[in-house]
Design a protein around this ligand. Structure first.
Ligand code: ZN
Length: 285
């Protein structure tokens, strides 16, 4: 009985659009508009929606997906994977960016449909497995609980078919927010790619947060780390922050790969840190 009830609940979560009365209803509609998939660089592709990035990395041993969008994004993500000529059942690893409903809401369904293993940072694992994060605006938006198959810590690596991704804990937005880095080769040259996790304040309380006492220190650490590294290609969890669809448009017009832009990461971090400082000053009594 329990299984049947769960199956009905899961099907309901995955099948129906978000009812208008749910939190973030209008945001969800905008984020979930369809987007055509496109190649980024080397073996990296975009298979997300208009607002929510889902990055696919193709290796000879199978596919890796970073982020999984909203529950209602799953049919679009699956269609985009197919449109690029890839098979959903070839997805072997599902990497979590951070435990908010707009980036891991589709994780349970994609885990079910692909049979892939879920990899997540230790600090976000309890939220993924309970389907609930206890602070910030997302506490009102539960996600379908998932089993985390592999837990990583800052600096750990995940490899598949000759591609190695390194997990960097860039906490603050959530305690286990994870930026992933890898090297790609295109045209005989190697490029450093950073999949940066969200560092926005995103409505988070920053002052007196009993559920996350180190929140400000974690944001500060993340900004310092992001300023200490270099990336030839910046990719973000909301594609507009790294202008991915816009860059894909320029690529179509024959420009040299527009995703190669070493100025993107420093600009992104500077804007994010300035917004954080402003919000912290606003919240402090
Ligand atoms: Zn978030």
């Amino acid at each position: 009985m329990k299984r049947i009830a769960l199956a009905i609940l899961v099907a309901a979560c995955f099948t129906f659009p978000a009812p208008a009365e749910l939190p973030f209803a209008q945001d969800r509609i905008g984020w979930n508009k369809p987007a055509a998939p496109f190649p980024i660089i080397g073996n990296i592709y975009y298979v997300g929606t208009a607002g929510l990035s889902v990055h696919l990395i193709a290796t000879p041993a199978g596919l890796i997906l970073i982020d999984q969008g909203l529950p209602e994004s799953v049919p679009e993500i699956e269609e985009n994977i197919a449109r690029l000529g890839f098979k959903l059942t070839d997805v072997k690893l599902l990497l979590a960016g951070h435990a908010h409903f707009d980036h891991v809401g589709g994780l349970a369904a994609l885990q079910h449909d692909s049979g892939a293993k879920v990899v997540a940072m230790a600090e976000d694992k309890p939220y993924l497995e309970s389907g609930h994060i206890p602070f910030g605006p997302c506490r009102d938006v539960p996600t379908v609980p998932v089993k985390v198959d592999r837990t990583v810590r800052d600096g750990d690596s995940v490899s598949l078919g000759g591609t190695t991704l390194t997990a960097h804990r860039t906490g603050g937005h959530t305690p286990g927010a994870t930026s992933w880095s890898m090297t790609v080769t295109e045209g005989g040259k190697a490029y450093r790619v950073l999949f940066a996790s969200s560092t926005s304040t995103g409505g988070n309380p920053l002052v007196t947060v009993p559920e996350y006492k180190n929140i400000v220190a974690d944001y500060r650490h993340s900004f310092a780390w992001l300023k200490s590294v270099k990336a030839d290609v910046l990719l973000t969890e909301h594609q507009d922050l790294s202008e991915e669809i816009a860059r894909a448009g320029r690529a179509k017009q024959g420009a040299p790969n527009p995703f190669i832009d070493p100025t993107a990461l420093p600009r992104y971090v500077a804007a994010s840190e300035a917004a954080f400082d402003k919000e912290l000053a606003r919240q402090r009594p």
